[in-house]
Design a binder for this molecule. Structure first.
Ligand SMILES: N[C@@H](CCC(=O)N[C@@H](CS)C(=O)NCC(=O)O)C(=O)O
Length: 207
């Protein structure tokens, strides 16, 4: 089996990097120079037609979207390593639900907030009402996550899995956006601390 991982530091690629390290898989990593436009070359677009990082090539087959990569890695390699659930596990549907929610709903709401508040986006495109609507959605998301984590150390199956990795990897970024103060969410704070203190995240962060 051969795995090539295309990434840029401090990007959506970090969680896939973290997962590859947790899974202990052999892989080749290729740093993509976003500032230099390496993601817009014909060679890179042949791997990821959307011109984004991460990309993953497994036995010659390219993949895009970090959520798809995490699900693929979990299904293919994670069960044997206790980092993903077998289909017959009672919480397998729960795992899929939270994993998808983290990327499709929660992250999207945080990005909606950033689009309307962050200096990284044009001030003339900022809209205070849209920012407030996004903030309310994020607060509802955090309340649901906080309630789910009540009495639980991890998201599913009473152990660290790629579900924890996929959501917890986003929490520090969310906190830096200023959309919410995490001190009001003790379960999220405790769980994020457990997850983000894992040594394999430090490896991924170091690039
Ligand atoms: N939903 C995608 C997001 C990919 C994405 O937006 N990647 C950013 C870095 S975080 C990127 O490659 N940006 C370069 C560009 O758009 O020019 C995923 O999770 O893989």
């Amino acid at each position: 089996m051969s795995i090539t991982f295309y990434y840029a530091p401090m990007s959506s690629a970090t969680r896939v990097f973290w997962a590859l390290e947790e899974l202990g898989l052999p892989y080749e990593k290729v740093k993509v120079d976003l500032a230099g436009g390496a993601h817009r070359t014909p060679e890179y677009l042949a791997i990821n037609p959307h011109g984004k990082v991460p990309a993953l090539v497994v036995d010659g087959v390219p993949m895009f979207e970090s959520l798809a990569m995490l699900l693929f890695l979990g299904e293919r390699f994670g069960v044997a390593r206790n980092l993903w659930l077998p289909h017959e596990h009672p919480e397998y549907p729960t795992a899929l639900s939270w994993m998808t929610w983290g990327t499709v709903t929660f992250s999207t709401n945080v990005f909606r907030y950033l689009l309307n508040t962050s200096e990284r986006f044009p001030k003339e495109a900022h809209n205070a009402a849209a920012a407030e609507a996004a903030r309310k959605d994020v607060l509802a998301n955090l309340a649901a996550l906080e309630a789910h984590l009540e009495g639980r150390e991890y998201m599913v199956a009473e152990r660290f899995t790629l579900v924890d990795l996929s959501i917890a990897s986003f929490i520090p970024f969310m906190a830096r956006s200023g959309v919410a103060d995490l001190s009001g969410y003790p379960n999220i704070g405790r769980w994020t601390g457990h997850c983000t203190s894992r040594p394999d995240l430090a490896v991924a962060m170091a690039g």
